[in-house]
Design a protein around this ligand. Structure first.
Ligand SMILES: NC(=O)c1ccc[n+]([C@@H]2O[C@H](COP(=O)([O-])OP(=O)(O)OC[C@H]3O[C@@H](n4cnc5c(N)ncnc54)[C@H](O)[C@@H]3O)[C@@H](O)[C@H]2O)c1
Length: 251
């Protein structure tokens, strides 16, 4: 279990399943010590079990990314366990896959999506950047979406939240460009995760029919991009949103 990132440390939010779990497993395969954060205790502990069974190092912290104290505890635990925080993947997010006409969009849905998808990334970035600035080094990847660049036809509020994540990514990258910290995002089209599989079947089929590759991305494909963006191979890359859309943007 060792690669180019060997001996470093990382935290991953929403690491109990889906993309977050794949990112946590990919970091561990590289020899990175991983803090697995999730609001779902059982799912997060299962991810830690998968990592430790494979010989990797991981610790679980229950963290709701919308809660400032949880986020502070998450970063504090990473630093006390591993001595520093080299990488962070702000992945936790939610979706409400059902097209709703604009005037019928409701405030409660706005609040919950913006809280998790945008404020959650904001709170995590603040704590991670505080630590990485002290170290003079670090790399962060926010999991945005293709909906951070174009439109998710199923979800207007999700689209707005992910455009917000791209704005935060660029603003933070600009502010930290001379401080040794790189901040990027990944922007995948549909990914085969519990989130996608929980959508009504006809919506899943519609989404997949729009994909030139004829299939959604795998979580492992997204994790590969996160590892690349954290690695020194991407040392000149900051403030970008890496589009991973299987060719959607071509048509
Ligand atoms: N699946 C897709 O098609 C797709 C495409 C593009 C982008 N994304 C983005 O990727 C990220 C991960 O999505 P996924 O498909 O793996 O989702 P998922 O629903 O399969 O898993 C999300 C994980 O995040 C956790 N989580 C939810 N709210 C949380 C909170 N407040 N605090 C901490 N953890 C929380 C859940 O418990 C779960 O373990 C999200 O930001 C999502 O918007 C997903």
């Amino acid at each position: 279990m060792a690669g180019a990132l060997s001996g470093k440390s990382a935290l991953v939010t929403g690491a109990g399943m889906g993309i977050g779990r794949a990112v946590a497993l990919a970091f561990a395969r590289e020899g990175v010590g991983v803090l697995v954060a999730d609001v779902n205790l059982a799912a997060g502990e299962e991810t830690v079990g998968l990592i430790t069974q494979a010989g990797g190092e991981a610790v679980f912290v229950r963290c709701d990314v919308t809660n400032k104290e949880d986020v502070q505890r998450m970063v504090g635990t990473a630093v006390s366990r591993f001595g520093r925080l080299d990488y962070a993947c702000n992945n936790a997010g939610i979706h409400t896959p059902a097209p709703v006409p604009f005037p019928d969009l409701d405030d409660a849905t706005w609040d919950s999506l913006m809280n998790v998808n945008l404020k959650g990334v904001f709170l995590c970035l603040k704590e991670e950047l505080r630590q990485m600035e002290k170290q003079g080094a670090g790399a962060i990847v926010n999991v945005a979406s293709l909906a951070g660049i174009s439109v998710d036809p199923m979800d207007t509020i999700y689209t707005a939240s992910k455009h917000g994540v791209m704005g935060l990514t660029k603003a933070a990258a600009f502010e930290y460009v001379k401080k040794g910290v790189r901040i990027n995002a990944v922007c995948p089209a549909p990914v085969n995760t519990p989130m996608l599989r929980s959508a009504p079947m006809e919506l899943q089929n519609l989404l997949i029919s729009m994909l030139p590759m004829g299939r959604p991305a795998t979580s492992e494909e997204v994790a590969g991009a996160v590892i690349y963006l954290c690695s020194d191979v991407a040392s000149y890359v900051t403030g970008t949103g890496m589009v991973m859309d299987g060719g959607v943007s071509l048509v």
